[in-house]
Design a protein around this ligand. Structure first.
Ligand SMILES: [Zn+2]
Length: 177
């Protein structure tokens, strides 16, 4: 299996504390998906980061940019967008669960950072436009935010969208380390 482009060797960086290294990566990360939206297969996530060695740790500061697609929750048309998120994460030899990421031997792995960041920023209630009225507004007026739901409408079988933060935690638990 080819080495993941998101695995970054940091040995040199750690030997020279205070130095910085710019990292620009386009990487396909499968499985970035929540109930309401997803990063389409074959479309890369872009990372523009500066890595810096500080006190034995590595900080990664910069931006994660991910294209997403979804269906408008009113008219079900395709909706496309881009999540662009500024991050500052810390990698250390003994990471704090939920707060910092591990330095594993010579490497840091940016994939968990991408997963945690993107899953938290995919839209939970996508709309094709803010005033979308649904597919047939005359016959089926859109339900206004906060109003009572149509009693004829069946309840959502899947329940409310799952909090993507839990999905991120699942990914962490699945991590073999
Ligand atoms: Zn719509």
């Amino acid at each position: 299996m080819p080495r993941s482009p998101l695995l970054i060797g940091v040995t040199e960086l750690r030997r020279r504390p205070g130095t910085q290294r710019e990292v620009t990566i386009d990487a396909e990360v499968p499985g970035l998906s929540i109930t309401t939206a997803r990063v389409p297969a074959g479309e890369p996530v872009q990372l523009d980061l500066v890595l810096e060695a500080i006190d034995g740790a590595i900080t990664a500061t910069g931006r994660v940019t991910a294209p997403w697609s979804a269906e408008c929750r009113r008219c079900l048309d395709d909706v496309r967008g881009v999540a662009s998120v500024d991050i500052r994460e810390v990698f250390e030899t003994h990471p704090v669960a939920g707060e910092t990421y591990p330095i594993d031997g010579d490497d840091i792995d940016l994939e968990p950072v991408v997963r945690d960041t993107v899953l938290l920023h995919l839209p939970l209630a996508p709309l094709c436009r803010p005033d979308c009225l649904g597919p047939a507004p005359d016959e089926f007026p859109a339900v206004v935010e906060g109003a009572a739901t149509d009693p004829d409408e069946p309840p959502d079988a899947d329940g409310p969208p799952r909090d993507p933060r839990w999905a991120a935690l699942d990914e962490l638990r699945l991590d073999p380390d």
